[in-house]
Write a protein that binds this ligand. Structure first.
Ligand code: BGC
Length: 430
C-alpha cells in the first residue's frame, strides 16, 4: 500500500471494486428472456445485446486488468439461463465456466461478490409466468442450491436478486409497471405472449413487473434463495441489492415523494433487516413535484440519459439504508453515464467522499463497487450510455482503461487515503 500522510476512515478489508452483470457483458445470452424481449416486434430495447463485450470468453484478461488497476473486489452475476437451460436440467459445463471465472478472481486476489440473478431469467421461466408465478421462489431456490453446491466455496459475498425494487421506481416514470389486465394492450407484451404461447396477462419479466404479486414472489424467492445458499455455506454473507434513488420533494410534491420513498426504498429496506447486509445502488436523486417526477433544473448538468448528475445521493441513501435496515451496507453499484471521463472522476470523488463521511459517523459500510467495470449494454438504452471505467472498442474488443479507472485503483491501493489528499488538491469543490 502506498504511504500517505492523510488518515483514511476506510477500514482494513474494505472492498474496492467494480461491477458488471452477465447479460450486459457476456454476449449471446440467447436462452434468456432479455434476448427474447430484445428481438420481439415492438421491442422496448433500442438495439440487441449481440456479442456484448464478449466477457464470456475474455473474462481472464478482464479480471487480470481489474486487479492490475489495484482493485480488490469484482462483483459480477451468474446467468441462470446458461446454468439451467431447461427447467430442472443443469449444465455442468456452464457451472464449470463460472468456477473458472471465480478461480481467476482468486488467482488475482479479487474478492468475489456474486449476484445470482441480475434481471435476466431463463426464457422457460418467463413462459411459466415469470416473476408473478407462485412457483418461481421454489425454482429460484433450486437454482441457488445447485449454484452454491458447485461454486459456494469460491464466493465471498452472495447477492440473491438485483434491484427487486426497480420496477416500482420505473413505473413512477411511466416505464413498465402495467397490471396484468393492461398487458394485452401493450404491443411488446402481446408479442411476447404470442411467442411464448401464454396469455398476455401472464407476461411478467423481472425488470418490468411492479405488481403486489410480483413483490410477494420476489421477496419469497429472496428468502428461499438465501436459505438454499446458507444450507451449503451458513457463514456466507447473503443479501439482496437495491435500487436506492435519493427520493426528494419539490414544493407540492411532498406526499407523492413520501409515498414513493416508502414503497420503493423503505419497504425493501425493512425486509433487509433479516439479511447479513444490504447492497445499495444509487445513481442520483428523483425529485417529485405536484405533477409527478420533476425534470432536472434548467441549469443542471445531466448524464447521457438526461438525468441530473447528483453524486451526493449515495451518502443520503447509505444513511437511509443503515438507519432502516440496521445491517452492514455494501455499495454494490454507483456510477455515471457520460462520454466525459473527467466528469465521471469528479462524480466518483464526490460519491466516495460521502461514503467516507458515513464511515466517519460510524456507519458500517463494507465496500464500494463502481458501475461499471466496462462500457457495456445498458438494457433498453443499448450501447450508447458509457458507464465504464474501461472503454471497449466493440469491433476489436480492445479494452482501454480510462483515467477514472487508474484513479479508483489508486484510491484502492491507498485504502482511501489518496481520496483525502486528492480532494485537498482539487479544493474540494464538489
Ligand atoms: C442495474 C444495472 C444498470 C445500472 C445503470 C442498475 O439499475 O443494476 O444493470 O446497468 O443500474 O443504469
Amino acid at each position: 500500500m502506498t504511504a500517505s500522510p492523510h488518515p483514511s476512515p476506510f477500514p482494513d478489508g474494505f472492498l474496492w471494486g467494480a461491477a458488471t452483470a452477465a447479460h450486459q457483458v457476456e454476449g449471446n445470452n440467447t436462452n434468456s428472456d432479455a434476448w427474447l424481449l430484445e428481438h420481439l416486434p415492438h421491442t422496448l430495447f433500442t438495439e440487441p445485446s449481440g456479442d456484448a463485450i464478449d466477457h464470456y470468453h475474455r473474462y481472464r484478461e478482464d479480471i487480470a486488468l481489474l486487479a492490475s488497476l489495484g482493485l480488490t473486489s469484482y462483483r459480477f452475476s451468474l446467468e441462470w439461463a446458461r446454468i439451467e437451460p431447461e427447467e430442472g436440467h443443469f449444465s455442468p459445463a456452464a457451472l464449470a465456466h463460472y468456477r473458472r471465472v471465480l478461480e481467476a478472481c482468486r488467482e488475482h486476489g479479487l474478492k468475489t461478490v456474486v449476484t445470482y440473478h441480475h434481471f435476466t431469467s431463463p426464457r422457460w421461466l418467463l413462459a411459466t409466468g415469470g416473476w408473478e408465478d407462485p412457483g418461481t421462489p421454489e425454482r429460484f431456490a433450486r437454482y441457488c442450491d445447485a449454484v452454491t453446491a458447485h461454486l459456494g466455496d469460491l464466493i465471498d459475498i452472495a447477492c440473491t436478486l438485483n434491484e427487486p425494487n426497480l420496477p416500482p421506481l420505473l413505473a413512477t416514470m411511466g416505464i413498465g409497471g402495467e397490471v396484468p389486465e393492461q398487458r394485452a394492450d401493450v404491443p411488446v407484451w402481446a408479442a411476447a405472449a404470442e411467442c411464448l404461447g401464454i396469455a398476455p396477462q401472464r407476461v411478467a419479466p423481472f425488470q418490468f413487473t411492479a405488481t403486489e404479486a410480483g413483490y410477494e414472489v420476489k421477496l419469497a424467492a429472496h428468502r428461499r434463495g438465501t436459505a438454499a445458499i446458507k444450507a451449503h455455506r451458513p457463514d456466507l454473507m447473503a443479501g439482496w441489492t437495491l435500487a436506492n434513488s435519493d427520493i426528494q420533494a419539490a414544493p407540492g410534491g411532498e406526499d407523492r415523494a413520501e409515498a414513493v420513498r416508502r414503497e420503493v426504498n423503505e419497504r425493501f429496506l425493512l425486509a433487509s433487516r433479516e439479511d447479513d447486509f444490504v447492497g445499495i445502488q444509487t445513481y442520483g436523486r428523483t425529485v417529485f413535484g405536484p405533477d409527478g417526477v420533476a425534470p432536472p433544473p434548467a441549469d443542471a448538468q445531466t448524464n447521457q440519459m438526461g438525468e441530473e448528475i447528483h453524486p451526493q445521493g449515495l451518502e443520503a441513501t447509505i444513511r437511509e439504508a443503515a438507519a432502516i435496515a440496521g445491517v452492514p451496507v455494501i455499495v454494490t453499484e454507483n456510477g455515471l453515464a457520460t462520454e466525459d471521463d473527467t466528469e465521471r472522476l469528479a462524480y466518483l470523488r464526490t460519491a466516495l467522499t460521502g461514503v467516507a463521511s458515513c464511515l466517519a459517523d460510524g456507519i458500517d459500510v463494507r465496500g464500494y463497487h463502481a458501475w461499471s467495470a466496462f462500457d457495456n449494454y445498458e438494457w433498453v438504452f443499448g450501447y450508447r450510455p458509457k458507464f465504464g471505467l474501461i472503454a471497449i472498442d466493440r469491433t476489436t474488443q480492445t479494452r482501454t482503461p480510462k483515467p477514472s479507472a487508474h484513479w479508483l485503483g489508486e484510491v484502492s491501493r491507498t485504502n482511501g487515503a489518496s481520496l483525502a489528499s486528492d480532494r485537498r488538491a482539487v479544493g474540494a469543490r464538489t
